[in-house]
Write a protein that binds this ligand. Sequence first.
Ligand SMILES: *Cc1c(COP(=O)(O)O)cnc(C)c1O
Length: 413
Amino acid sequence: MSAIQPMDPKIFELIEHEKQRQREGIELIPSENYTSAAVMEACGSILTNKYSEGYPGKRYYGGQENIDAIENIAIDRAKKLFGAEHVNVQPYSGSPANTAIYFALLNFGDTVMGLKLDHGGHITHGLPIAFSGKAYNFVQYEVDKNTGKIDMEVVRKLALEHKPKMIVAGFTAYPRDIDWKKFKEIADEVGAISVADISHTAGLIAGGVLESPVPYFDVVMTTTHKTLRGPRGAMIMCKEKFAKAIDRAVFPGLQGGPHEHIIAGKAIAFGEALNPEFKIYAKQIQTNARALAEAMKKRGFNLVSDGTDTHLILADLTNKGVPGKQAQMVLDSVGITLNKNTVPFDTRTPMDPSGIRLGTPAVTTRGMKEPEMEMIADWLDRVISNIEDTALHTKIKEEVKEMCLKFPVPGIN
Ligand SMILES: *Cc1c(COP(=O)(O)O)cnc(C)c1O
């Protein structure tokens, strides 16, 4: 940061404030994490200077000897980590990666099945106002009203009725594990291409905590910055028979020059995830999420699906009498960051929904364990049960900071 300070004091100051926010607050947004200092160094390196359109060994520009080696290492490590046949590490992020998959394997207007946004799906899974929803005929499945879980018989019936060309499984706000085998069976029964979007749970899958769809599914996409704890980006894994179509769709179909500084960061993160310690990290994410869920339930929180199998918890605050938006805002003011979220069959609006979504990847990276989850649940309860009590909020903000300073954030001294 020594070069930024004299060159651009304003940006320097804002980064310093953000550093302070990350250090002194509890990060519960389930899609966020802290990358290692090594990953950040790669992302801030001279690799940002290089153009490398194409793929290793088949580039459109010269000077690729180091770039090719870096990209090949990223690919090899990803293959080893997930047991994938083919990997493309160039997608800029999760949304362009999903778009590339659709562009590779569908024609505009084709029928696709994906989970509805307010039931836990992602905007790229067919939200009507998004590119996915406009370009393709998405048929959207929902979770069961009583259990909050996906009912595979409902998915099967919908698939038999609509005969989709592709079925997308994988979620952004769903706390439960997925029955990958059953999804694949349904896709095979109707002759659909199977796509798994493991953006949220990739780290848990790589760490051996959750079952992997990679052996079964035709295509598997993941972001690299969530539980996988790498740089902001994505990758696509697929069976060999789809490799050519996927690669062509990413470049030149959708993207130009790949971000090789980020690909170097991905290579480092995959290397970190191959270390035995990553398995311990992944297990602790799940242990912490279960501990937090239990501690919240003990305090009267109403959890969608009554718990979690993953890193993620979705709470419906209707019984607490506090809307999600207000909860998010007031918790922010005490240094606890999470996001407002719709719950299945929400009667409120997406901008002011009934629920909050939270998760444990970031706090687990800092080394927090079950006792800290109990403390977090207690703060959540005290703030939400006393939403107008600003004196209490000021006191809790101090307590939060005191606890956080005992747990260093990687890359921040
Ligand atoms: C986060 C996420 C994405 C998109 O990732 P971006 O990098 O934000 O574009 C796609 N699918 C799922 C399920 C996600 O959770």
